[in-house]
Design a binder for this molecule. Structure first.
Ligand SMILES: [Zn+2]
Length: 85
C-alpha cells in the first residue's frame, strides 16, 4: 500500500539566506521533475533546499534544488559563524 505524499506540502528553504520559500501551486512538483527527483521517494520527513532564491539573488531565475531528508533523531544544530565571515 502506497501512501502518496503531496510534494506541494514540502517545506522549502533557501540555503543562502535561510528564508523559507513559498512557491506557487504546482511549482514544487515542477521543480522536482526538472531536477530529476523521484517524487515517489519523498515524504513529510523531507525538505527542499534551494541554492539561492529570488530575494537574495534577484538576477537569477533558476535555482538548483535538492532534497534533504530529515532524520527522526536529528537534533537542531547551531553553527556559529566566525565573526570575520
Ligand atoms: Zn535566498
Amino acid at each position: 500500500m502506497t501512501k502518496r505524499f503531496d510534494p506541494e506540502l514540502l517545506y522549502v528553504e533557501c540555503t543562502r539566506c535561510g528564508q523559507p520559500l513559498l512557491w506557487g501551486v504546482g511549482e514544487t512538483t515542477k521543480l522536482l521533475n526538472m531536477a530529476g527527483i523521484d517524487i515517489s521517494g519523498i515524504d513529510e520527513r523531507c525538505m527542499l533546499a534551494s541554492d539561492g532564491c529570488p530575494s537574495c539573488q534577484p538576477d537569477e531565475t533558476q535555482f538548483s534544488t535538492q532534497v534533504v531528508r530529515l532524520t527522526k533523531d536529528a537534533k537542531p544544530r547551531v553553527e556559529e559563524l566566525p565573526a570575520d565571515a
